[in-house]
Design a protein around this ligand. Structure first.
Ligand code: HAM
Length: 434
């Protein structure tokens, strides 16, 4: 028998219900904030991802040469496709542009918990606004999405950091611009790689001063408030070097204040340990995690003010995030938060040899007015058909007995309440099932 490829999931109807539930919650939460849906291609030119993407994600591409000799890749993320779409119509689109997408993405990752090779992401992005209110709305939407799924501040939190702040700190330490990206990448991996490996990596970038630099970085990561960072900066740098850093810390304070006003204070923690692996991020970056667990991030994102320009568009600020369905579903299952109520109206017609034609004609009319209606393919007895209706989770049975039909009637049995009524056949066309 053929098996599916490793990391490619199959969703049998039972599992699909969970998936559908998650997508509906995602959709209604982001639409309540005014985000509009869009879609792009799943297959893209390879070069969209090979330039300045971040090493890890470039290594994970599913790519091949198509029959037209084009080098192509399955999309590993949405942001570059979206960036290109925005760049192409930047001048015609009304700003701020607030768009979302729910779609599949592909990464050839090492298989582990929370990671698959084909996963669905909710992407939420805002374009055309450089001020912190856009960052605040992006983050508060992330919090809202999690809340709409029943998660509280006991379950998750958002770690907020700032690449701009790191850049001004590195400038203060005299790290040359061309090496700053590599240092950021070391900070990004610090949690995973630990102290000695990070020091080794840093020394291959900046030489002997790696150890003192590591000490400073670790100290900063331990500081969880703007005030504490400010105090540390006062001792570390002279007045001239402090200026840029202080300016940036001012922006951090503004963002935290806005998040507080938007009701997110309990969910957001300043944590400079987050840097994000994707190379296009420019300012605030953030990741959402389940509390008290060592699991992979529920979501991640940040500012990426240069991407639209680098894709041929105008200068256009951007901020957004992506949330995966794999870690989120695991989190909801583990916290017993997947309560999917099946309150749908579904009708099942029970009929017999002499009444079947009438049942099928009525079913066709019900379907035409949007009522979900089914019947048995087998001409079994009443109890067999009733069993089938229950197995299919139907809410109502229409019973076409010969006597009822002779009187021009049909019985409607509510299978959830075990109640039934008899109505004239012609009333079925307008009958309101509830
Ligand atoms: P990312 O951090 O690479 O960011 O992915 C965002 C989320 O997608 C992760 O936190 C995780 O939930 C999910 N995810 C990523 N890789 C996998 C995988 N192999 N298996 C299962 N889930 C996965 C981005 O992709 C950015 N483009 C997000 C963004 C949007 N930034 C700005 N706008």
């Amino acid at each position: 028998m053929f098996e599916s490829l490793p990391g490619f999931r199959e969703f049998y109807p039972e599992d699909y219900k969970t998936r559908d539930y998650l997508f509906q919650k995602w959709r209604s939460a982001v639409e309540s904030v005014g985000f509009e849906a869009y879609e792009g291609p799943v297959l893209e030119p390879l070069e969209l991802y090979t330039e300045k993407m971040g090493q890890e994600i470039s290594d994970q591409l599913f790519h091949f040469v198509d029959k037209g000799a084009r080098k192509v890749a399955l999309r590993p993320e949405m942001t570059r496709t979206l960036g290109r779409m925005i760049a192409a119509r930047a001048n015609a689109l009304k700003r701020p542009i607030k768009w979302y997408n729910i779609g599949d993405h592909f990464r050839y990752e090492r298989m582990q918990k929370g990671r698959t090779r084909c996963f669905t992401q909710l992407n939420v992005d805002i374009f055309g606004e450089a001020g912190v209110l856009a960052d605040a709305e992006a983050i508060s939407t992330l919090v809202l999405v999690c809340q709409s799924l029943g998660l509280t501040s006991d379950h998750f939190y958002v770690r907020l950091s700032d690449r701009d702040l790191w850049v001004s700190l590195m400038e203060g330490w005299g790290i040359p611009a061309e090496k700053q990206g590599e240092v950021l990448s070391c900070i990004d991996k610090l949690e995973k790689q630990g102290e000695s490996k990070t020091i080794n990596n840093l020394s291959s970038i900046i030489g002997e001063s790696a150890e003192p630099l590591f000490e400073k970085i670790s100290k900063l990561i331990g500081l969880k408030s703007v005030k504490a960072i400010e105090q540390w900066v006062d001792l570390e740098f002279d007045e001239q070097k402090r200026q840029n850093i202080q300016k940036r810390l001012g922006e951090c304070s503004l963002l935290l204040e806005s998040l507080d006003t938007l009701g997110c204070a309990d969910f957001v923690e300043l944590d400079l340990g987050i840097v994000r692996g994707l190379a296009y991020y420019t300012g605030f970056v953030f990741e959402a995690f389940e509390k008290g667990k060592d699991s992979r991030a529920l979501a991640g994102g940040g500012r990426y003010n240069n991407l639209i320009k680098s894709l041929g568009g105008p200068d256009m600020p951007a901020v957004g995030w992506g949330m995966g369905d794999v870690t989120m579903t695991d989190c909801l299952v583990e916290n017993d938060l997947l309560h999917i109520s099946e309150d749908q109206i579904r009708v099942f017609a029970i009929s017999f040899e002499n009444t079947r034609k009438q049942a099928l004609r009525d079913i066709t009319k019900l379907r035409a007015r949007g009522v979900s209606a089914q019947f048995s393919y087998k001409s079994g007895g009443f109890s067999k058909q009733l069993k089938e209706a229950n197995q299919k989770g139907c809410s109502h049975a229409l019973i076409y007995g010969e006597d009822e039909l002779a009187r021009g009637e049909v019985i409607i049995k509510d299978l959830r309440k075990e109640k039934e009524v008899s109505i004239p056949l012609q009333d079925l066309e307008t009958y309101h099932f509830e």
